[in-house]
Design a protein around this ligand. Sequence first.
Ligand code: PLP
Length: 401
Amino acid sequence: MARAAFTGSFTQQAPIPEAGIAAALDVMRSGRLHRYNIAPGETPEVVALERAYADWQGAAFCLALASGGQAMQIALRAAGVTPGDKVLTNAFTLAPVPGAIAALGAEPVLVEITGDLVIDLADLAAKAQHSGARHLLLSNMRGHLADMDRLMQIARAAGLTVIEDCAHTMGARWNGQRSGNFGLAGCFSTQTYKHMNSGEGGFLTSDDAAFMARATMLSGSYMHYAHHGAGPGAEAYRDIRFEMPNLSARMDNLRAAILRPQLAGLDDAIIQWNARYDRVAAHLSGHPALRLPKRPVAEAYVGSSIQFFVPGLPDDMARAFLEATAALGVDLKWFGAAEPVGFTSSHQSWRYAPAQNLPGTDRILAGLFDMRLPLTFSLEECDLIAAHILDVAADLSRAAA
Ligand SMILES: *Cc1c(COP(=O)(O)O)cnc(C)c1O
């Protein structure tokens, strides 16, 4: 008997909390949208948000920015990356990551991934040694964390400065430590499809006062740095304030206003995402033709999306799988397509970086499917979605047999 098609939207995020809407109206009524436009005695929304995020993240400092991509560019610059430098990064990530490296005139050196979608530590160690790179922009792509203890050992031994792209791991932990707190800095996104939604936006966090002072000047602080509630003290700026170019990548009070109540609800949202993830994963992991990436016990993840492999699936069958699931209202992405579609991204399409040979990553991505799990889906809808995927997988295995 045919099941009803799923009719929900995979791109529909939860609404902004009413408290955020009310706070945004207050900001608009005040007219003081710029973070440095401060009335006497006022704590602007951006400053309140930076303090609250630094506190939640467990980082000494937080800087709110215009996007996650800007957070990465500013982090790389503030960490001392200069034009022509090589910067290591995952071969499987989203375009803003190699884009941040290329935007500085630096050169991405792509590191293979494993079948569990994390950076391949053996390839990282080898490329750290041979490339001459001094920085790693680690991407915790689709919310999967590498063995962070081993990774940091490798980085220390090779003298690599680590900057973490936590666009998909805001709230995740490795052995109890929050993603973003392992290296010099963590970069986060509050773009609509991430764990907090301000349309566009991002955070940079770090414990390093000198680094944060440089980042703050780069963000376009003019000489207002004393007005940061979650940044280093004025002494950190003394020597660098005339040296950092202004990139004008600040967050404004309107976005901060809608983010603050979302931060207050983030721990609860994580529980809801994981309930959806675990529900779908329980269905899919029972099927012999599908494989889910392993989730190590040390990893506390945030299941805002789910990945699975159909190993050995030829390209035409992968396309048939996509079509058949789409006809049932299930919006899967396939990372094996020759041309990237939507948020899929492949290293072959980053033509601003030198072409690199990554046979392991290519083999893994050929069988990789991905699906968003917005909080607007109920658990019963997750059951229906998983049932459709399993039905299509069964049909295709019968057709192939
Ligand atoms: C979304 C995203 C970013 C940052 O994106 P912005 O749109 O610039 O905020 C960085 N890395 C990954 C893997 C992402 O998905």
